[in-house]
Design a protein around this ligand. Structure first.
Ligand code: MIC
Ligand code: SF4
Length: 790
């Protein structure tokens, strides 16, 4: 383990430290004296203080030392603005920034990219100069989506990465614990503070059987989301495992082959020992690393801290194919710690038989409403979902690997061979420049175009509302189907009537051919150009490109050797960037008789709290972006969005307007919310905005992890009802006292409610603050606390 193996091909001096990790594990093992699961191993091998750290899953706060940090452009702006106020001259840990969220899909790849570079010039200039100044690797617009770039270049087995984006867990496809955080958490690590995480519980998912036919890796997570729901993974890491045969044993031991594969495959495997490795795939070994990445990626949708797979041969293959064979070899020497110990325990265990798993379609409006394809047509009828498929969209960080593209193209080719094309509109977003260049070289891209598709820029595009959609009017009900991960109301096109479903790229293409949500490619026939019936062949495609990856254009900017001359500029007149002012510290008093700005009803995701799409352009300007605060949340008082009662004037007004009015008048306020408040994105704007506009506390039935931390970091009070039923006792026009002086570790806080009519009553509230976090509240923010200590 003493070898010096670089973390990636871009940075000269950052190495993988398996030796240190293994020593840390030895310390922890001696203390805990029990077998560890793989998720625990990754975390504990990165402990700041393995000797002294208290370790209890679900209870203790772990102080960790991540190997790397990654930020995307929409969140990096705020992270870097915060880092700048720490006054350091370089990041203390390897960091990269990726330009992917700000590119709007309009007409297709090159043109959209050029337009974005022009429109976002100020922001890109800021990011590229700040990266150069602070020694951060910068991936220019056009390079691809953060998670795909991380998997292709930076993820490694056993590593720990934090990223300012909720789909960071995609890196789990290479056995890395890659965790989504808010920008302020990223700043801690950039500034060399340990990063804090409540020791997660671990949900084990045992995979047996094998994927085949139309079932894809995506279906694993679509099914798991259906089982666990959008909050089922909160506070937990999901660890997948399954029978994973050692490839060396496999290729020479026929008994194992006979024992573990089905009869009809034996013939193939016995004839060709190369194929043995491929077909042995029971559970895990049959799925490519990028397929595993897809499963981990969408684990964000169940609120999981991250998802991981143990290191296996398929990961090795992917590392080798992406020019990191040395990492693969190094990981093999550390392999025993890159999987769970024999007898390790999980807090919850789920078993999934892949041989029985059906392709799924999840949605609309929530990613955990899963329907197997055999029942989907029926569900469409019963629920009155719009039957015509308007647009099929493939790609995104979730599903844009070479394998995904090849399989999708094989279906499109099948249709073309029968003389037919896509009936619905069809778009493709390659996950990276490398994928785009490779599928352009190998022909899949041309197939998509021939099929009637538009190839968009290597970017997020329609996945995050960067979509200039013109085929339906706003408010018109319609259905779209994507291979993305999220489908909250209005997310893709800003139209609340769009029914957005998520599924595998394979099903997207198949249903796009039919143009109908009623089509099931497993059982239904299509008509060819002469009206003759035929059935689509199940998709096929290589996991890895036979001729290697084509890197395409060079889109990486390394930090310069001499960084001292680099200037980072923020114009004071800019409407896109604004230097941050520190928040005021707490005045040490209870807060009395303050209004409920809004009592939000039902699902309140970060898209409701701080909408993306057109608002993405203000991600570096706190005051301007605050004009979207909670405009998507539904007010219990009237069932409407963005219409609330201003108690001082009696008027009904937009949420940000009322908050600004209260702020001007020196009135603090709270928000009341339902279950899993803040689910979805990592964007800390959803916490910064209420703080900026004078909010004190957010009181809910429960929170999504990242959002709860983001609120704490910005000096807000995230509080939960000790009795969730108390949510119903609060009315939108009530006033409340928050007895903030009671704030102490493990103790409840009292909220005194003064109803508009009726007697005053008390409601106990809970919180998860630890000592250090209470300081953040007292000092006004985590950043203020850092400044005080420095
Ligand atoms: C998303 O998928 O919602 C985003 C846009 O990638 C966000 C990040 C953001 O809001 O900037 C995420 O998932 O964290
Ligand atoms: Fe981009 Fe969509 Fe992935 Fe978020 S989920 S990183 S918006 S592609």
């Amino acid at each position: 383990l003493d070898r010096k193996v670089r973390q990636n091909n871009w940075e000269q001096n950052n190495f993988i430290n398996y030796k240190k990790m293994s020593e840390n594990l030895d310390v922890v093992r001696a203390r805990l004296n029990r077998p560890l699961n793989y998720a625990e191993k990754i975390l504990y091998s990165h402990l700041d203080d393995p000797h002294g750290q208290e370790i209890e899953r679900g209870k203790s706060y772990l102080k960790l030392r991540p190997d790397r940090v990654a930020c995307q452009d929409a969140t990096a702006q705020m992270a870097i603005l915060q880092f700048m106020s720490a006054g350091m001259d370089a990041v203390a840990n390897p960091t990269t920034v990726h330009c992917d969220h700000l590119i709007e899909a309009q007409v297709g790849g090159a043109k959209d990219l050029a337009r974005a570079i022009n429109i976002n010039k100020e922001v890109y200039d800021f990011l590229s100069s700040a990266c150069a100044k602070y020694n951060i690797g910068f991936w220019k617009p056009g390079s691809g989506i953060i998670h795909q770039i991380i998997l292709e270049n930076y993820a490694f087995p056993g590593g720990l990465l934090i990223g300012t984006d909720s789909h960071t867990p995609n890196g789990g496809g290479l056995g890395m614990a890659a965790i989504g955080v808010g920008g302020a958490d990223a700043v801690d690590v950039m500034a060399n503070l340990p990063w804090e995480l409540k020791a997660p519980k671990v949900i084990g998912i045992k995979l047996t059987g094998q994927l085949s036919g139309w079932t894809a890796p995506k279906d694993i997570i679509l099914k798991v989301a259906d089982i666990l729901t959008v909050k089922g993974g909160t506070g937990a890491i999901v660890e997948y495992f399954g029978k994973s045969l050692n490839p060396f044993v496999a290729s020479c031991t026929i008994t194992i082959v006979l024992y573990s594969i089905q009869q009809h495959e034996c013939a193939i495997t016995l004839r060709d020992s190369q194929l043995i490795k491929y077909h042995l795939g029971s559970g895990l070994d049959g799925i490519s690393a990028t397929g595993l990445g897809t499963v981990c990626n969408m684990g964000a949708e169940i609120g999981a801290t991250t998802s991981v797979f143990p290191f296996n041969d398929r990961m090795y293959d992917y590392l080798a194919a992406t020019k990191r064979k040395d990492i693969g070899d190094f990981a093999r020497t550390y392999a025993k710690e890159l999987r769970a110990d024999e007898g390790a325990e999980y807090d919850q265990l789920i078993e999934l038989n892949l041989s029985e798993l059906e392709p799924h379609i999840n949605g609309p409006f929530t990613p955990d409403l899963g329907t197997p394809i055999s029942k989907f047509s029926q569900a469409v009828k019963e629920n009155g979902w719009p039957e015509e498929l308007k647009v099929g969209l493939i790609g995104s960080c979730t599903n844009s690997s070479y394998e995904d593209m090849s399989r999708a193209a094989s279906i499109a080719r099948d249709a073309l061979d029968h003389g037919i094309k896509a009936k619905a509109a069809f778009t493709v977003t390659p996950g990276s420049e490398q994928i785009r260049a490779t599928i352009a070289r190998d022909g899949q891209l041309q197939t998509f175009e021939e099929f009637g598709g538009i190839v968009l820029a290597n970017a997020c595009g329609p996945c995050i509302g960067q979509w200039d959609r013109n085929d339906v009017k706003k408010g018109e009900a319609n259905s779209i189907l994507s291979s993305y991960n999220r489908n909250f109301t209005g997310r893709n096109d800003g139209n609340p009537a769009t029914h957005s479903f998520v599924t595998s790229p394979d099903l997207v293409v198949a249903l796009t051919i039919a143009g109908s949500l009623h089509f099931n490619p497993l059982t239904d026939k299509l008509k060819d150009k002469d009206g003759k019936e035929f059935m689509l062949k199940p998709p096929t495609g290589n996991g890895l490109p036979a001729n290697g990856y084509d890197p395409g254009q060079d889109t990486y900017q390394a930090p310069p050797k001499d960084r001292s001359a680099v200037q980072v500029q923020v114009a004071p007149t800019s409407d896109r960037l604004q230097v941050l002012e520190p928040f005021q510290p707490w005045d040490g008093k209870d807060v009395k008789d303050i209004p409920i700005l809004i009592k939000a009803q039902g699902k309140t995701t970060t898209d409701h709290i701080s909408m993306a799409g057109p608002w993405l352009k203000y991600r570096g300007h706190l005051d301007n972006i605050s004009n979207n605060m909670l405009i998507g949340a539904i007010n219990e008082a009237n069932g409407e969005a963005n219409k609330i009662h201003n108690f001082t004037t009696g008027d009904w007004d937009a949420v940000p307007a009322v908050a600004r009015d209260y702020k001007k008048k020196g009135i603090k306020w709270v928000v009341v919310g339902d279950w899993n408040y803040g689910e979805g994105s990592s964007r800390e704007h959803a916490a910064l905005e209420p703080r900026h506009l004078g909010g004190l506390a957010i009181i809910t039935r429960s929170f999504a992890r990242i959002h709860e931390t983001n609120l704490k970091k910005q000096g807000m009070l995230p509080l939960t009802f000790a009795d969730p039923a108390d949510y119903d006792k609060i009315k939108p026009d009530d006033k409340v006292d928050i007895l903030a002086t009671q704030l102490a570790v493990g103790k409840p806080i009292t909220m005194v409610v003064h109803p508009k009519e009726g007697k005053t009553f008390e409601v106990p509230l809970q919180h998860t603050f630890n000592e250090a976090q209470i300081e953040w509240f007292k000092n006004g923010s985590a950043l203020n606390t850092m400044a005080i200590r420095a």
